[in-house]
Design a binder for this molecule. Structure first.
Ligand SMILES: Nc1nc2c(ncn2[C@@H]2O[C@H](COP(=O)(O)OP(=O)(O)O)[C@@H](O)[C@H]2O)c(=O)[nH]1
Ligand SMILES: [Mg+2]
Length: 471
């Protein structure tokens, strides 16, 4: 009974398919980019965001929904035929089905068009009929944004930085062993190149797994169809003095340049430069759990990601954007349902502080940015428990591994973000006076009222920031 409304939203979308084909060109289109590093929560976000725009009962802070200005919402065929469609229906079925589970990870770009019929409000509004606003949601890996930094770097510089950054991280020893087995100044041989690239990729994956953010080149982690191709078969090498033409070093330099030309540039040109509004999802709690080094690494990654939103800084991007820009960027700390709401302000403050550095240096030429703590799908309920003579705010949910309910307190986040970011910046190995935990909750079984989308935290505020002024 619950799901009838959601199913309704889907079938309604199918009925109106013919609309696109006849839709006038004057319809407003907003391209909304959704990005974040792998596992940040993009798939869950888009699924729940769309479900909550189709069924707007839980969107009180999204004004156009609350006032009834949005009359209907429906899915339509997307405008780009060559980008995979975001698999909304199966992701929603995973999250809200009989045995709810998290959707499969996706590792590529995808797109979904959601169209809204909006009745204009205000003085003139009542004289006009409703207008149609298309929201084209584009899901792409945040790792691809990090690659922007490569465009300004030649192979020697990238190698030197990469080798330095690798020190002490997971998988570094394996790569160093592979490196010791070859001489970059000597003649190039494909098996050697493959062994180096494999060890390098293993390191990137292990580092990512351990909570590190800055794991470029991004396509090494998400190779898709390019797996095994020469453009992904290179690695950083120590500098060689005047390398010979057929050396390993020269060939890797060539492949690195090819990666920039054939992978990085086309992504920015074909996808990124067309985005109007952007949400960047960040698993801040996950990084805090992984430790100070992961937090510091995330701070660097955020700075690089922010760099992509500053076209003025980069000649290539300036040319692509030709004066237009992404004018609103939301940085959302995801999975906030792991925390009792009394700790949400702390999480938001930490997210803001992670960005501040980059923001202070940045010239956003007027782009509005905001930080927020959200949960795309709320898996927990709040509770309090007595603890050492006080009441502790906890959350309760169904554990992912053991199929049972548990109460969870992840640790006290400091009110002053510098208590976390300071030690992280100073290179601390572990948090001094606190331990932060993350618990994996499974999506809860849902009984939704008609007209309600799945439960969430602040998706309505996110929608208001990202779309509100355009509706
Ligand atoms: N508790 C909770 N977990 C979430 C939420 N969003 C994502 N997750 C978890 O994070 C994982 C990765 O999310 P996903 O959307 O697949 O990440 P993506 O790689 O960025 O697309 C999921 O499998 C969930 O375990 C949320 O709102 N609440
Ligand atoms: Mg995904």
């Amino acid at each position: 009974m619950v799901f009838t409304t959601l199913a309704d939203g889907i079938s309604r979308g199918v009925e109106t398919v013919s609309d696109t084909l006849t839709a006038p060109f004057s319809d407003q289109v907003i391209r909304l980019g959704v990005t974040g590093l792998s596992r940040a929560g993009k798939t869950v976000f888009i699924t729940s965001f769309v479900a909550n725009l189709l069924n707007r009962g839980r969107m009180p802070q999204f004004r156009a929904a609350a006032t009834g200005a949005i009359q209907t919402a429906y899915l339509q065929p997307q405008p780009d035929d060559t980008i995979p469609r975001f698999n909304y229906e199966s992701h929603l079925a995973a999250l809200t089905g009989q045995t709810p589970h998290w959707p499969e990870g996706t590792r590529r770009i995808s797109e979904l068009r959601l169209s809204l019929k909006v009745q204009p409000t205000g003085l003139l509004g009542s004289f006009q009929g409703p207008r149609t606003v298309h929201i084209d949601i584009v899901d792409y890996p945040g790792e691809w944004l990090l690659d922007l930094a490569l465009l300004d770097k030649d192979y020697a510089t990238w190698s030197a930085e990469g080798l330095a950054r690798m020190q002490g991280k997971p998988g570094a020893a394996g790569f160093e062993a592979a490196l010791a087995a070859c001489d970059p100044a000597q003649g190039f041989e494909e098996p050697q190149a493959q062994a180096l690239a494999a060890a390098f990729t293993a390191h990137l994956n292990a580092a990512r797994e351990a909570g590190f953010s800055d794991c470029t080149p991004g396509r090494f982690l998400l190779p898709g169809d390019l797996e095994g191709s020469p453009v992904l078969t290179f690695a950083p090498l120590p500098l060689v003095d005047r390398p010979a033409r057929k050396s390993l070093w020269r060939e890797f330099e060539r492949r690195y340049d090819s990666y920039k030309r054939n992978i990085v540039r086309p992504f920015f040109k074909d996808h990124f430069a067309r985005i109007d509004r952007q949400i960047v999802l960040v698993d801040v709690l996950g990084a805090i759990h992984a430790g100070p080094q992961a937090v510091e690494d995330m701070r660097h990654a955020m700075a690089d990601i922010l760099g992509a939103f500053r076209p003025g800084r980069n000649a290539f991007l300036t040319r692509l954007f030709q004066g237009r820009r992404i004018d609103r960027i939301l940085f959302a700390a995801t999975k906030a349902d792991h925390l009792h709401h009394e700790q949400h302000p702390q999480l938001t403050a930490i997210t803001e502080a992670l960005l501040r550095d980059a923001k202070d240096r940045a010239d956003f030429s007027g782009a509005t940015t905001q930080a927020m703590s959200i949960a795309s799908l709320r898996t927990t309920v709040e509770d309090t428990m007595p603890h050492e003579g006080a009441e502790l705010g906890v959350v309760r949910g169904r554990l992912l591994d053991a199929d049972k309910q548990a109460a969870f307190y992840p640790g006290a986040l400091p009110v002053d973000p510098s208590h976390l970011l300071g030690p992280a910046r100073a290179g601390a190995e572990a948090w001094l006076d606190a331990d932060y935990e993350v618990m994996s909750f499974a999506p809860a079984g849902l009984t939704l009222k008609p007209g309600d989308g799945p439960p969430h935290i602040r998706l309505d505020k996110a929608a208001q920031f990202l779309l509100g002024d355009k509706l």
